[in-house]
Design a protein around this ligand. Structure first.
Ligand SMILES: [Fe+2]
Length: 117
């Protein structure tokens, strides 16, 4: 399982007055890192669930797919200049992942431990 440590690196001080281009660059990099980490984490977890025939695989994957679709849509809108990124949005994603990894994924971890026993 992956940890949530990768999510702790949001921009250090979001109230800093960056030039707009610099701010967009930092936010874009942060969002891209979040999207890439999320996709990698979800893909490896889904592979494990399938390999060991996790009984709640479909529900779990549906949660992954829902968040991925939301984040990718936002990433696309942000990159195209159709929406603005807020600290609240980044915290929403971070909190969603912390909840998912901290609670939902724990059920998978318990299941996999049983399989290995
Ligand atoms: Fe998961």
């Amino acid at each position: 399982m992956h940890s949530i440590e990768g999510y702790s690196s949001l921009p250090p001080n979001c109230t800093t007055r960056w030039p707009p281009a610099k701010a967009k660059q930092i936010l874009t990099q942060t969002l891209n890192s979040l999207v890439n980490y999320t996709k990698t984490h979800f893909a490896s977890e889904e592979a494990l669930m399938q390999k060991y025939r996790y009984p709640e695989y479909l529900q779990h994957k549906a949660e992954h797919d829902k968040l991925t679709a939301q984040v990718v849509a936002f990433q696309s809108d942000f990159t195209a200049g159709r929406s603005m990124m807020t600290v609240d949005l980044l915290h929403f994603i971070k909190n969603w992942l912390a909840h998912h990894i901290g609670q939902i994924d724990q059920k998978v971890a318990s299941f996999l431990k049983q399989q290995a026993a």
